[in-house]
Design a protein around this ligand. Structure first.
Ligand SMILES: CNc1nc2c(CC[C@H]3O[C@@H](OC)[C@H](O)[C@@H]3OC)c3nc(N)[nH]c(=O)c3cc2[nH]1
Ligand SMILES: [Zn+2]
Length: 371
């Protein structure tokens, strides 16, 4: 089997399961810290593992530009290169090209662009994206797709979704099948129910080991995102993992788990950690705020992480105000740990058939907070 998926329990549409890859197992629902350029920013891999994270993300676009996929392959692949022995999922780069690269041109072949780093010319085709992810040795690779910006007219979204379907076929044909490795398809179709169903049916017909819901978390808002999930997820096979790309805030994740999503990634816990925003069981906290200046209490008394058991809010406030490197490092570690605690609570609740109560508790906790 390429990628294994064991369904262990259900609670409504929510599932408790295990994804099995060449480099280990992932308990789902799972949150995957983003490690775009072969690093979960500001964290050492052993500290990422200590948070409970089992799978991290890399990114084709960034790694093909720097240091280059061949270089990573020469050095033993991404697991050895970044000293992360567990499962790795890489995105195909389509989304990043459209959001980061300059002078990009997209057509049937693929996407041509100039590097945002040095302006050099590059091309990413479905076959090329699969080859790069193979060189990186990603356990789970993503098809090359086009993620349409929110608000584009329906006919453009339809054409884009069809292009992504043709690219899915080409990626599947180019993918080197190996036990423990898998290529996931990405459902597109914007906010249009019929386009979403058409994309999901066509991709399901191609029989992928897992399915991502793409084209969301692009500014559509939570209600619209949930509405699209209500339409899309039921069209996907029960026996395969579902991955919602780029999501999200804690309550986005709770709602998506309730709708049957198994895998998540988002830059929020790491990026917020670098901008003094902390997630806590009492809602979000901006540690730069003057009110923390002399507060001897931990950031989050209900958190079991090494940061909350060692440092005071006053100290974290001081580090951030002083621009000390340790500030972003500690806040990032706490935030990633917070997200892993959230997923642990959701997994346990599903296994116990108690997701509704736990989700209500989490919603009440997050309603507090000072931002
Ligand atoms: C934030 N919202 C959002 N992100 C999205 C990403 C990037 C995630 C990727 O972006 C990197 O983080 C910046 C992570 O490395 C992640 O890799 C899987 C998407 N990627 C693809 N291929 N297709 C989509 O439709 C898509 C939609 C998204 N919506
Ligand atoms: Zn903590």
């Amino acid at each position: 089997m390429s990628i294994g998926f064991q369904l262990q329990a259900r609670d409504g549409a929510a599932r408790r399961g295990v994804v099995e890859t060449a480099h280990g197992r992932v308990d789902t629902p799972a949150f995957m810290p983003v490690g775009t350029a072969a690093t979960v920013k500001a964290m050492r891999p052993q500290d990422v593992a200590a948070t409970g994270a089992q799978m991290v993300l890399g990114n084709t676009y960034h790694l093909m530009l720097r240091p280059g996929a061949e270089t990573v392959a020469e050095l033993g692949g991404l697991h050895r290169f970044m000293a992360w022995p567990g499962p790795i999922l890489t995105d195909s780069g389509g989304y990043q090209v459209m959001s980061l690269a300059k002078l990009r041109k997209i057509d049937e072949r693929g996407v041509r662009f100039r590097s945002h780093i040095d302006g050099s010319k590059h091309e990413l085709t479905p076959e090329g994206a699969v080859e790069i992810q193979d060189l990186l040795d990603a356990d789970i690779a993503m098809q090359l797709d086009e993620c349409p910006a929110a608000g584009r007219p329906r006919d453009e979204v339809a054409d884009s979704m069809q292009l992504s379907l043709r690219w899915a076929e080409r990626c599947r044909a180019a993918f080197r099948e190996r036990a423990g490795y898998g290529l996931f398809a990405i459902v597109q179709g914007g906010m249009h129910d019929d386009l979403r169903r058409e994309s999901a049916h066509a991709l399901t017909g191609m029989d992928f080991p897992g399915y991502a819901v793409g084209g969301l978390a692009v500014g559509e808002g939570q209600a619209e995102m949930f509405r699209v999930l209500d339409v899309t997820v039921p069209e996907l096979p029960e026996a395969k993992p579902r991955y919602l790309m780029g999501v999200g805030r804690p309550l986005d994740i709770v709602g998506a788990v309730e709708r049957g999503i198994d895998l998540f990634d988002c830059v929020l816990p790491t990026r917020s950690g670098r901008t003094a925003q902390a997630f806590t069981h009492g809602g979000a906290v901006n540690i730069r705020n003057a009110r923390h200046r002399r507060d001897p209490r931990p950031l989050d008394p209900a958190c079991g992480c090494g940061v909350c058991s060692t440092f005071s809010r006053a100290y974290l406030h001081h580090l951030i105000r002083a621009g000390e490197m340790l500030g972003p490092m500690l806040l990032t570690e706490h935030n990633v740990f917070f997200y892993q605690t959230l997923m642990h609570r959701l997994r346990d609740a599903i296994a116990a058939g108690a997701l509704a109560d736990e989700a209500a508790r989490i919603r009440a906790e997050q309603a507090a907070g000072d931002i």
